[in-house]
Ligand binder design. Structure first.
Ligand code: PLP
Length: 399
């Protein structure tokens, strides 16, 4: 029998989906499950988005679309990013894709050859490693434990970039930690990047509208405008507009990179669907009341989650200031037992928590930090307090 390509030996299914599937199965068996596992925003976009999609359906052109994205969509995106201080770009600097995940894959495929250095911080979003492994890149992990609030320091970045990785991938606000870099922190990292001209920088900032406590979202190009020749910014409709299944993602950066992603599109997908394009234009240019209201709701939920986790003796949860995740260090549980079952690591803990209490979380090892676990707190509000209480009970029952 012929063999699959060698790269399939390195490709694996998402660890997050494995937990989600198990929770779904238990639910189907009649168990009362509270899911803190998948990073879905759990709200729907405004009516204007559906109206635009319906209109596009009625006016179907019967044609293929643009590989880069329609002019209307690129213009809406360019206007949208002006609100986060990214100005002076044109359509030639932009490209679109089937979600930010697809844009990221295209970018990595366009920038990385096999064996090229690919540096990013841990904890990381799971797909960073998966994409790097499929492309056979030389993954260089930069450990950022809870003790440093899961944030990369300028000294760490300087040492990493001295090794001349081809791509440094940055994520702000972070999935899985919810951490957000302050304006000063971004400036200090940007100063380091300026010193290392051999590295492309991708900033995966798809949660940029989900920032709490009034600290604002900041990026490298605002801090050091000369970096626009090397920095690629990524955005998405999924989390901000409650549209993960619609699949629209974006990039803005150097023209040569946007052109490369457009060429990848011409070979992989041709174009993002017309109906999605119309819905995306409506989301980006329409009323922003839904994302604004959700930001306030998530900030209140964040307060509840962090308070409950830090009330557990030995558990440490740095305060996330964005996205909708918390990432407590739960290593205090390792070596203890629950109901006679030994908790040797994060996977044991998540399994025992799901089986004993019906609460689904994702083990930190899926994100390269086995001392943690990820809690995605977008569940319906009435489920949040009971879910947190069950986690507290679980820790109290450890012996
Ligand atoms: N980047 C980060 C940090 C994410 O958390 C996600 C989705 O969870 C993505 C990219 C992909 O987003 P999209 O739904 O646009 O593909």
């Amino acid at each position: 029998m012929p063999q699959l390509a060698k790269r399939m030996g390195r490709a694996k299914p998402s660890a997050i989906m494995v937990v989600a599937e198990k929770a779904k199965q238990l639910k189907a068996e009649g168990r009362d499950i509270i899911s803190f596992s998948i990073g879905v925003p759990n709200f729907l976009p405004g009516e204007h988005v559906y109206a635009a999609a319906r209109k596009a359906l009625e006016n179907d052109s019967g044609q293929y679309g643009s590989n880069r994205g329609s002019n209307e969509l690129l213009d809406a995106f360019l206007k949208h990013i002006e609100q986060v201080g990214l100005t002076g770009y044109t359509r030639a600097n932009c490209a679109t894709g089937i979600g930010a995940k697809h844009v990221l894959y295209n970018l990595c495929e366009a920038l990385l050859d096999a064996g090229d250095g690919f540096a990013f911080a841990t904890p990381y979003w799971t797909s960073y490693v998966d994409i790097g492994e499929i492309l056979d890149a030389d993954i260089q992990l930069l450990p950022c434990p809870a003790e440093q609030d899961y944030k990369l320091t300028p000294a760490q970045l300087d040492a990493a970039l001295a090794k001349k990785p081809k791509v440094f991938l940055f994520n702000n606000p972070s999935n899985p930690t919810g951490m957000v870099y302050t304006k000063d922190e971004i400036s200090a990292l940007a100063d380091v990047i300026v010193k290392h001209p051999d590295t492309w920088v991708i900033t995966d900032d798809i949660y940029n509208r989900m920032v709490f406590d009034g600290i604002g979202y900041h990026n490298f190009v605002q801090a050091r405008p000369e970096l626009r020749d090397r920095v690629v910014f990524m955005d998405s409709l999924s989390k901000t507009y409650g549209m993960p299944g619609w699949r629209a993602g974006f990039m803005v950066g150097p023209e040569v990179v946007a052109k490369a992603v457009t060429i990848m599109n011409s070979n992989h997908i041709t174009n993002i669907p017309e109906i999605v394009t119309a819905a995306a234009v409506a989301a980006l240019s329409g009323p922003q009341d839904v994302p604004d209201a959700k930001r306030a709701e998530f900030q209140a939920k964040r307060d509840q989650v962090v308070a409950a986790l830090n009330a557990i003796p030995g558990v440490v949860c740095p305060v996330p200031q964005g996205a909708f995740y918390a990432f407590p260090d739960i290593s205090v549980a390792f070596g203890k037992s629950h109901d006679g079952k030994v908790i040797a690591n994060d996977v044991d803990l998540c399994n025992a928590l799901l089986e004993a209490k019906g609460v689904a979380c994702v083990p930190g090892s899926a994100f390269g930090e086995p001392r943690g676990l990820r809690i995605s707190y977008t569940c319906p509000t009435p489920q949040l307090a009971p879910g947190l209480q069950r986690i507290q009970e679980f820790f109290a029952e450890l012996s």
